[in-house]
Design a protein around this ligand. Structure first.
Ligand SMILES: Nc1ncnc2c1ncn2[C@@H]1O[C@H](COP(=O)(O)OP(=O)(O)O)[C@@H](O)[C@H]1O
Ligand SMILES: [Mg+2]
Length: 238
């Protein structure tokens, strides 16, 4: 995301229209995510497509990748799984039993290779197949796969090629401050205090993680508090 794409509080509502009927809770999709208007639009286009278009988000920590998966949980018949928690039989059983329309895999690079292999035929041909105790079961499924990865190097190349791959960049300071003030603003933190927090986290704590801003935002009432907290955290930093 570049700085000039922010603030992207710009009218994104219209993007949500095509999938409104698929939303389980009727909440607007992606409304908790600041910026990334183009990525949101691509997701909407994928959701409106007749045939599945799978999307993989790759990028540095704290760049909102997981947030995109969590937002997609608002979609009806979606199933969220962590790459590190999934086992082949667990995921396959789920696919057979629940027949999800949207499979959301966070940190797919931690998924064992055999699980990644199972995804290949699902994504390419919509077929799930399993042989157990010399019995084979097959099913046809129409499932969109949305996934995240901190690095694509541990993934199978054929799997990667089945995704539209979007590489998120590290936030610039401007974007970082914008995201921080937006999130803290929704928690009732005044914008000058939020801006000071973003600056202190970035320059003093040398962190690019919005989570650090959120922690300080919940502790600080004034800019003086921000100075004191960051100074204290810095002195206890490893
Ligand atoms: N663009 C953004 N909009 C809203 N929150 C964000 C954004 N970028 C980062 N965050 C916040 O930063 C934290 C990390 O986001 P997350 O989605 O877990 O990152 P990732 O999965 O890329 O490591 C979360 O608390 C999230 O709310
Ligand atoms: Mg994540």
């Amino acid at each position: 995301m570049t700085e000039d794409e922010l603030p992207v509080g710009v009218h994104e509502e219209h993007i949500n229209e095509p999938v409104v009927e698929k939303l389980a809770k009727g909440e607007p999709l992606f409304d908790s995510i600041v910026g990334y208007a183009d990525v949101k639009k691509l997701f909407q286009m994928s959701l409106s497509s007749d045939k599945p278009v799978h999307i993989l988000l790759v990028g540095p920590p704290a760049s909102a990748k997981t947030l995109f998966m969590l937002e997609c949980m608002k979609l009806e018949r979606s199933y969220f799984t962590l790459g590190s928690h999934s086992t082949k039989s667990g995921m396959i059983d789920y696919l057979f039993e629940k027949r999800p329309r949207y499979l959301l895999v966070d940190e797919i690079e931690h998924m064992p290779m055999k699980d990644q292999t199972a995804l290949l035929s699902l994504m390419e041909a919509g077929i799930v197949s399993e042989t157990k105790f010399q019995k084979t079961r097959n099913t046809q499924l129409k499932t969109w796969v949305f996934a995240t990865s901190n690095g694509a190097d541990r993934m199978l190349t054929p799997l990667l090629s089945r995704f539209v791959v979007l590489h998120f960049k590290q936030y610039s300071f401007g974007s970082f401050q914008e995201v921080c003030t937006h999130i803290l603003g929704s928690e009732g933190v005044p914008s000058d205090v939020a801006a000071a927090i973003a600056e202190a986290v970035w320059t003093k704590l040398r962190s690019k993680d919005i989570r650090d801003c959120i922690k300080i935002g919940r502790l600080a009432k004034t800019k003086e508090d921000v100075d004191w907290i960051t100074q204290t955290l810095k002195s206890y930093k490893q």
